[in-house]
Design a protein around this ligand. Sequence first.
Ligand code: BJW
Ligand code: ZN
Length: 251
Amino acid sequence: MTPAFPRDLLERLRAARHIMVLTGAGASAESGIPTFRDALTGLWKRFDPTQLATAKAFEADPELVWGWYEWRRTLVARCAPNPGHDAIARLQGLAPQVTVVTQNVDDLHERAGSAAVIHVHGSIGAPRCFDCARGWSSRDPVPADPARLAPPRCADCGGMIRPGVVWFGESLPPREWAAAESAARSCDLILVVGTSSLVYPAADLPRLAAASGAVLVEVNPDLGGLDGLDGHFLRGAAGEVLPALIAAAWP
Ligand code: BJW
Ligand code: ZN
């Protein structure tokens, strides 16, 4: 059965000139990629995040950190976009301007057909040298389970190759962050999908958009971190809610 959406929400969607979509790990959950903070299946169930997602952790135990990311890179390669990614990609043909900003390091938005996706936390598919930042690519097979694995070495300087992601304590890529902030200030509707809104500065984007006058719409089966803001809170899985929402707004 198609869920009923408030008429006001459907009208605001249809009238929006610029829709910003901000996604987090929940957007890829139905593709089989675990979220970070889910207590049962989350990526960090077996590890303390501060052990893995910092430059300090990589320097202290490169094999643990590189092995974990290589395992995740294989997982991403085996997964496919879900109906939530497809619905977000369809939006680009429905509204005059759509900006997709993701905290996810996978490429499932691109594979679903979204254009010019802004990755504020980097990409798991773009490793680079820890010392000189030279890009690195590999087609090597990787382990099926998280396993210790020595990071390869940079052909230029001999430095260790690191995942191309943004770790805690690191700055977000300046061009991507500027584009995300600018979209938040200029959009007239922001769709926040599958994020716990616990990690900054990305978690500020919905507030920035709302303070700039945008309508806020959240899609999350649980409480996201957007309490206190006015908006439409659609409690459900992205892969179910988003296709239904778009079908209702553009029948
Ligand atoms: C579904 C679903 C379904 C499930 N459908 N939904 C201000 C205040 C306090 C602290 C700070 C602050 N500003 C900066 C900080 C420090 C820090 C920070 O935020 N710490 C907090 C933990 C408090 N931030 C940083 O360090 C950032 N850098 C920075 O600020 O630079 C300036 C600086 C420089 C030098 C010194 C100090 C500052 C960098 C943050 C980088 C985050 N990196 C990670 C790892 C990326 C690599 C990797 O993938 O391993 O990014 S952490 C991890 O969290 C990852 C994610 O992108 C990010 C957000 O997680 P997300 O996507 O929200 O996932 P979950 O699991 O938390 O939530 C999933 C949601 O989905 C849930 O709500 C579910 O209910 C929902 N869901 N199924 C829809 N089917
Ligand atoms: Zn190098």
